[in-house]
Design a binder for this molecule. Structure first.
Ligand code: E4P
Length: 280
């Protein structure tokens, strides 16, 4: 499974590259807002275009960087996508355009602008990451429209189900893949009992029909959720930096390091100091 860094913070992206675990980057307007607020907080000037170039460079040649459009109409999204692709793909040949699967904000609005944009861009060979996917059927539509990637939002589905259960929860709290129950009934959203199940059902449908779009398990909030989407066979997990940190930590690893460090005998340590003086 590939790992993308779900961040617009250049330092986080660079660190993940240095760790050797960053196969790509996903951004969205909220992540860019957070990064800009951080820079302003440090009194830094922001040259947005230059900053996005740095993100593309940091991700590395061919490692996809998702950049999202901001308009809600298909025609405008296509123009924005062409502009983003034209400006930034030349940096490291890695730009993917994020298009919401639907841009309607309520029942009464036009629901197919996202799909129309995905279709138009795919015909123009501009790679699309269909975002804000909350059901397997939305993923199916995005796949049929030609999206290169689809991003089911696991964490937000867990949030939705927990909210409907009337539960209080923290953003990174684990929610069981098998769902929860209330009043003898399984809590669900349109028959989906958890965010991980959303990814699982999407994968099952894509496998069944040979849909080529890659699945990016998105909106992941903790390490256990990353493990569960890996077990399912998601192509990619996009993870915030905090989740990357959650994936490496374990109290028994801490304890093991303390013990190994304590147990180093001088004769063994000598090898390294002898090596050091030889290389001088
Ligand atoms: C990634 O492409 C998404 O924008 C991101 O994972 C959303 O995560 P959130 O639900 O934690 O904001």
């Amino acid at each position: 499974m590939e790992i993308y860094v779900d961040s617009a913070n250049i330092d986080e992206i660079r660190k993940a590259k240095e760790y050797g675990v960053c196969d790509g980057v996903t951004t969205n307007p909220s992540l860019i807002k957070k990064a800009v607020a951080g820079m302003k907080g440090e009194g830094k000037q922001i040259d947005m275009e230059g900053y996005i170039r740095l993100i593309c460079e940091a991700a590395g040649k061919g490692n996809p960087v998702s950049l999202e459009v901001v308009s809600l109409k298909a025609e405008d999204m296509v123009k924005e996508a062409e502009l983003l692709y034209g400006k930034f793909n030349q940096v490291a040949s890695n730009v993917v355009i994020k298009i919401p699967v639907s841009t309607s904000r309520s029942e009464g609005e036009e629901h197919y602008e996202g799909l129309k944009a995905i279709t138009a861009l795919s015909r123009k060979k501009i790679p699309v990451n269909a975002t804000l996917i909350m059901t397997p059927e939305q993923a199916l539509l995005a796949g049929k429209a030609g999206a290169k990637y689809v991003s089911p939002f696991a964490g937000r589905i867990d949030d939705f189900i927990r909210k409907n259960l009337g539960e209080a929860f923290g953003k990174s709290d684990y929610f069981p893949a098998g769902g929860k129950h209330k009043d003898g009934k399984t809590a669900e959203d349109k028959g989906i009992v958890s965010g991980v199940e959303l990814v699982k059902k999407t994968k099952a449908i894509f496998d069944k029909y040979g849909i080529k779009s890659k699945i990016i398990a998105a909106s992941l909030r903790n390490a256990r959720q990353v493990r569960e989407v890996a077990e399912i066979g998601a192509d990619i997990a996009t993870v915030p930096f905090e989740v990357l940190e959650d994936m490496i930590k374990h109290p028994k690893t801490f304890e093991g390091i303390v013990k190994f460090s304590e147990d180093v005998v001088p004769e063994y340590k000598e090898i390294f100091s002898a090596g050091e003086s030889a290389s001088r």
